[in-house]
Every structure is written in structure tokens, then in C-alpha cells.
Design a binder for this molecule. Sequence first.
Ligand SMILES: [Zn+2]
Ligand SMILES: [Zn+2]
Length: 336
Amino acid sequence: MTRTTPPRPVDLEAVFPELAPLARTATRLHPRPGVPSPQDSSIGGPLLWPANEPWPHCREDAHHTGPVPLMSLADVRLRRRLELARGIREAVARPSREGWGYTTEERELLERIQPPDKPEGPIAMLPVAQLSLRDVPGLRPPEGTDLLQVLWCPFEHADGMPTTAVFWRSAAAVDEVLLTPPEPAAVSDAAYVPEPCLIHSEQVIEYPNSPELEKELGQRLDRWAIAEFGVEYQKLCIAPGFKVGGYVNWGMTDPYPNLCPTCGTQTEPLLTISGREWYFDVHHWIPYEDQAANLAWGPVQGGPKSPTRICVSDDNAQIIRICPTSPEHSHTQMMQ
Ligand SMILES: [Zn+2]
Ligand SMILES: [Zn+2]
């Protein structure tokens, strides 16, 4: 099914012609739970990984573990299944409180979960995204390649995010696919285990957020958006959720240079990893096709707003950036 974002409540360029030359295309990926194959573009799905190529592992010495107990992948999946069953029951029961919460049987299953031991040695990375140029027109892969693969280590690292690995390859060059890749024995947070999703990409136009604009224009836009629509301008100009390209939604920090570690060129956003596909108070980013489901789920946990179940550091976006002169140069990552 395609996904179509409704138009913004206002044509930003018509009101602020200064924005027109800054318009940039982003590709919203619209991940939705499914059963992707290694040949599909996906979030959290199996990768088209050559059987004769070593699977990426994170070799960080000390993996940070916080106050939350470690979890095995099997337990993350069990917990998700039970949460989904409960979410569906509650969505159906609304507004009555009948049938809310877990059943006795579900509670017993959850109580049986024991944290695994802290893993020793390198940790097998988890697939986060596999994107084919065929499905994502804005991808811009290096010459001779048509497939982007992004994996991460499901632990928080020194920069507050999972460490990522980025690969470009030609899909046609993969003969034999690795069917049972290694998996990490534990994850530090269930929110670092992406739910397998198929993507439904759609190109949208974005404009820079006010911190990236000339100060007077930025202030004018911020005041105008609140006065006219009662929402921050940043929620009008930049698409939320998983996307390729587009602008960074600065807000956690002021914009800062993010240089290519190989050649020093200013990097550009490649992939934005975000667990929240739209805001609770701005509805025009909800595709037409999801509006009924969004209403049905309402405030219930899970649902179409957070299809990937990812949450990086209090629902921030993790942005993978690459060098515009040479996408093979080492990538960088940042949070906003
Ligand atoms: Zn790691
Ligand atoms: Zn570079």
C-alpha cells in the first residue's frame, strides 16, 4: 500500500518566499510491520548479506549497561507479542476499561523472564535498515552499488546512541545469501531491536528549521507558526520519522559542523532513524492511509505511530551522515 502525506496546513513558500530556494526533498520511508525477505527494502528486516562475508560485530571494549536489566532477543520478541495482544484488546475495549492490562497467563510469562548474562567479546550487530535504490529514489548510492545496509550494536555507546555500521553494495553481486546471521546474546534496551517492517517510500519537501536560518527570519517563522497554528514551526517544516535525506531537525543543540572524518568536507544527512512517525499534536504528517488506524489506537501503547518500536535516548532522532564528495568515506552519526 502506498502512503500519502497530506499537504501542510499552509504553503510555507507562499507565505515566506525566502524559503523557496532552500526547499529540499526528503524520502519518508513509512515503515510498517511486515515480513520482509532479504530481497526487500526494510527496517529491521533480514539483509541481503553474502554468505562468504563476515557479519559485522561491535568490538567496543566496555559496553555500557544502565539500570535496566539486559534482555535476550527472544524475550524482547515475547514481550512485544504480549504487548501487541494487550494493545489490540485495549483498543477494541475503549472507552470501557474492561479487559485492560495483561491476563494472568501473560503476566506469568512476563514474570518468568530472566536477564541474560552480560555478553563477553564482540557483539553481533543487528540490521536496522536495508534500502534499495529501486524503492528509495532519493538514495544516491556510490557508483556500481544500489543497496544501502545499516546495522547497529544494540547497546548505548559513549555518544548516547547505538554504534552503527554502513555498507553499500550491488544487490546483483550477492550470489549466496547468509540465511542465519549471528545475533547478539543480549541487548541493553528492547528499544534497540527494530521490529521488522516493510517500507513505503514517499518524497516530500522540507525546509530548514529556524536555527539553520538567518536569525530574524527564524524568529519570524517561530512566532508566526505559534500564532497561526498553535504549533512550533519545526513541526511544520521537517518530516518526522524514518527518512532518507532532507534536513536535520535541530533543537536539542544549535547547528554545529559535522565533518567527514576522511576528508573534512561537511557531511549531509543520509538516514534519519526515528521511532516516532508523527507528532501527537500535528496531524498533517499522518498519511491518509493511516489516519483511521491512528484514531482507533489513540493513546494506547504501540500502534501505527511507532511501527519500528525503536526509541533512541528519549525518542530523539539518530542521524547517519555521509560525505557528499564520496559516500564510501567513513560515516558520522549525531542525535537531535
Ligand atoms: Zn557496541
Ligand atoms: Zn569525505
